[in-house]
Ligand binder design. Structure first.
Ligand code: NAD
Length: 360
């Protein structure tokens, strides 16, 4: 039976990248029933200024699985990030970013194989913010001062909520993911030494969840030390589970260890839905130019194949992409030693080369 999957092309380079990915996914021999849905700046005028119409969310809820191209968030004004709205609307609380070095990729490291699991609904990203000079900021400042907190009058305020329930579910997700994919260790990252009531709660809860999952090794690291450890000994780590902000920063650090955004896939999980998308954004300067690297989008498709139980196709697709990276011939400019290398190929050529490898 064909797998029904919602396909959101996105904007910027998104449509080219998702088209290349759709072609390679079909070339694995797996049957798909694509439900194409549009979101982003290009469609908002059609839907009364809403870049994420409700029917797109409903479509993902119904299929349970989506693959999505990047979507631009204009800086200042415009609409709030569609990506954040999508995560909120579907309660996609777990963001997973596997970071693996493929042979031949330009990186200072070899043998990196990490999975970053980022909590995606709480922490300083919860959107609870009060602008400097606003009545709310003044009121809150007054309240905090009357409770012995030191705060300047001219401070903007962002609130950092971390809950027991939110921490339990992301930790349990990390252990389940580790178990499902045969990983050996989960490391919880925090700054419990400084923020006792948020990160301290996180660490305490993490240890409780770990005690219920004792078949998998568990340890923890303070976030700053974690960054240094990753740069010095990335091979010592396996699955990292982090609150929202540290997760965002450390996943870019990890993408840097493995050769950059062009090869960094990602996925967002809720209880009943999963949305697969690369770590990178819409790279608008390459839009419509057939230049952007589709491998991160394709590798997100590979994660999707595993998620829907098509493990053999997932392994074959990853092997085909790894083969191209190793040979270094049919790759886009970003994977070449020189950005202006005349041998660099285009987005659709990479898809052709992956398909040829799959069929070889
Ligand atoms: P970006 O990831 O689009 O680009 C960062 C750099 O990496 C640029 O130099 C870009 O050209 C390059 N790059 C990115 N993807 C590439 C690819 N596939 N091949 C070759 N080079 C690639 O980040 P940005 O410029 O900060 O963001 C652009 C827009 O994307 C913003 O509006 C941002 O909000 C949005 N964004 C969306 C998502 C998402 O949809 N999930 C994620 C991040 C950023």
């Amino acid at each position: 039976m064909a797998h029904r999957v919602t396909l959101i092309p996105g904007d910027g380079t998104g449509p080219e990248l998702t088209e290349a990915t759709r072609r390679v996914l079909e070339a694995t021999g797996v049957d798909f029933d694509w439900d194409v849905q549009h979101a982003g700046s290009d469609v908002m005028d059609q839907y009364g200024g809403n870049p994420l119409p409700d029917h797109v969310l409903d479509a993902i809820r119904e299929s349970g699985v989506a693959i999505k191209g990047p979507i631009t968030t204009p800086i200042g004004g415009g609409f709030r990030s569609v990506n954040v709205a999508l995560r909120r609307g579907l309660d996609l609380y777990a963001q997973v970013r596997p970071c693996k070095t493929y042979q031949g990729v330009r990186s200072r490291y070899e043998g990196v194989d990490l999975v970053i699991v980022r909590e995606a609904t709480e922490d300083l990203y919860a959107g609870i913010e009060y602008e400097v000079g606003s009545d709310e900021a003044r009121e809150l400042t007054h309240w905090i001062r009357s409770h012995d907190g030191q705060l300047r009058e001219d401070a903007g305020i962002s609130i950092k909520p971390i809950s027991v329930e939110g921490t339990q579910r992301i930790l349990q997700f990390a252990f389940d993911y580790a178990r499902r994919y045969g990983r050996r260790k989960v490391t919880s990252v925090h700054k419990a030494n400084i923020m006792k009531f948020t990160d301290g709660l996180w660490l305490r809860t993490a240890r409780e969840v770990a005690a219920q999952n004792s078949d998998i090794e568990f340890d923890d690291r303070i976030a700053d030390n974690m960054c240094m450890q990753l740069v010095q000994h990335p091979e010592d780590y396996d699955v990292l589970v982090l609150p929202n902000l540290y997760g965002d920063i450390v996943s870019d650090l990890a993408a840097g260890l493995i050769g950059g955004l062009g090869v960094a896939p990602g996925a967002n999980f809720g209880n009943r839905v999963a949305v697969f998308e690369p770590t990178h954004g819409s790279a608008p300067k390459y839009a419509g130019m057939n230049k952007a690297n589709p491998m991160a989008q394709m590798l997100s498709g590979m994660l999707m194949l595993h998620h829907i139980g098509e493990h053999d196709a997932g392994v074959r697709l990853e092997r085909a992409i790894a083969g191209l990276i190793r040979e270094g011939k049919s790759v886009t400019h970003d994977l070449n030693p020189r950005r202006d290398d005349p041998t660099a190929v285009g987005t659709s050529d990479v898809a052709d080369a992956v398909i040829a490898k799959l069929q070889a």
